[in-house]
Design a protein around this ligand. Sequence first.
Ligand code: G
Ligand code: G
Ligand code: MN
Ligand code: NA
Length: 254
Amino acid sequence: VLLRHDLHTALHDDQFELYYQPIVEAASGRICGLEALIRWHHPEKGMISPGVFIPLAEQTGQIIPLGRWILRRVCQDAAAMQMTGERVVPVAVNISSLQFRRTGFLEDVQQALHASGLPPEYLELEVTESVLLDGAEQAIELIDHLKALGIKVALDDFGTGFSSLSYLRDLPIHKVKLDRAFIKDITTNRRDAAIVQGIIDMAHHLDLVVVAEGIEERAQQQDLSQRNCDLLQGFLFAKPMPRGAVMGLPDRLP
Ligand code: G
Ligand code: G
Ligand code: MN
Ligand code: NA
């Protein structure tokens, strides 16, 4: 209850910060994208995880102004990184399903792009299967609109929850992100490996880019690279970090 109240003032008091985690090409380690991940610096409680406060913000409706602020900030940061030549790669933002399904979302995205001057090709939205809660048609239409504007959409946390193969078939997405639950034991568990290989092959036949999340070990990188996974993300390469730290990274992460 206390946290819920604090969330209300946090936006006005500028207590949120966006961190960025590199996404690399599987074979080379070349940085080819960033995922924005929000952090809350609570004045008394210290750093609070988005895993805790995003669900709260969804309950209270705060996710709408917060989500709008995140979009604007990420576009600003991305445009600045482009302008200075720091890191000219697409930046992905996690979008809450409540935000995605709300009237005016498309306008919010366009405003954030317009205000920052970021070319739409450099913005990517990460959504989960719960965008389909009110039915697939609206979601498909919206993703088609975004696509027409040049904005890419990725299906996040794929393989867990209620994710279904029909989503891969029906949603006009360009990328799937394999949940780290399937990656964790990939080098030792044949069943996990079989599922991951199946998803990679199927996704490629559907012309989708595949990202594996939660890479913590070299053996996982080698395994997924051999399985033709396109992109990798995880602590092995880099943790989420403030924008200023992204600037100092080399082009390739070993
Ligand atoms: O960064 P971390 O692993 O702690 O994130 C935990 C969860 O919070 C993940 O599910 C992630 O998708 C979500 N999350 C992180 N940043 C954002 C954000 O900016 N917006 C939304 N909607 N979710 C986020
Ligand atoms: O739900 P989503 O995929 O957006 O969540 C991304 C979350 O995963 C972020 O909170 C990020 O901090 C976390 N993360 C990124 N790389 C790793 C990793 O290698 N291991 C673990 N355990 N978490 C990771
Ligand atoms: Mn994500
Ligand atoms: Na995920």
